[in-house]
Design a binder for this molecule. Sequence first.
Ligand code: G6P
Length: 373
Amino acid sequence: SAAEKGGWDSFMDKEIHEDPAAVQRTLIGRMDDDGHINLDEVRIDEHELKSIDKIIVIGCGTASYAGMVAKYAIEHWVRIPVEIELAHEFRYRDPILTPRTLVVAISQSGETMDTLMALRHAREQGSKVLAICNTQGASIAREADAVLYTQAGPEVAVASTKAFVAQITAAYVLGLYLAQLKGAVYRDEIHSTLASLKDMPAKIQWVLDTQAAAIEQAARELADSKSFLFLGRHVGYPVAMEGALKLKEIAYTFTEGFAAGELKHGPIALVEPGEPVVFIVPPKRGRDVLHAKVISGIEEVKARGATIIAVAEENDPDVKRYADIVFWRPACPTLMSPLVDVVPLQLFAMDVAKQKGYDVDKPRNLAKSVTVE
Ligand code: G6P
């Protein structure tokens, strides 16, 4: 009903606007003011957690892209190998699982059969499973050894939005907690990373408040495009994958997400004049090398006549020079950027679908939760 949508014309619209709250609520009660993380809710023995020598993150769809983002951050902080795998691939390839492997199962609904079966397989092999789940008491939450709930609130629209940012937030808290347990990161760094994480809801809100009109305008201009390419590097790569997924799910447009470095190894062959190509541009400070590489990718496709849409940090001069359309984000550390960069892509997918007259909450052929294998 209209009341359930809280004044928005779709659940998707409402839920995208709950992105800031989803991040903020997922942080509540999990850390104190001086940067100490407290996860008593994770009922896995501390000694067991300390002895973990590998993490395998599993999930499907949007949850798997949250897991890809988490890999970059957790490996950086905890310094143990993190693999990310689609749950339906994981179980059937005889993965190497030991009691020192922590499997992290990410699922909004907690009922995705592929993820549930993978979880069972991991536990049968003697590994511990921690679920990152948005639904209290769901099967995946019940069967896991421990649960870290995302506090995004119920998600109704089939295409996942606020759950994605909440999943990244929860995975980051888990990563910082493991780093704290293992003494892998200085307390100061944990503290400052948590402070950056706490800043993200306001930054997401800034995007919602200031970029919506430009995004809607871009959707009007590009709604009839036959296909879109999405490119990103480092944590921008899973964001590109998620942006491509959102647009294909609800606007039925052919999209592909790629790692920007792969461009010259294949995808550039697809670029024709007028082809819309979306680039996730990393911050210029910090990992400067990455920024320069993405900009050179933009130059390459621009030279072939593509229409460049960039998600980039406010006032990025290189982006201003080359991009046809820009969705700006406030400055933030590279590892935090996925939380804000996905937001314009969620809005863009919704606006394109609306332009085409589709029901954004109930896309054809898709289910909110796939409870069959
Ligand atoms: C379905 C939904 C997707 C979702 C995926 C995983 O395919 O349409 O939006 O990302 O399932 O769902 P889960 O509930 O496990 O996060």
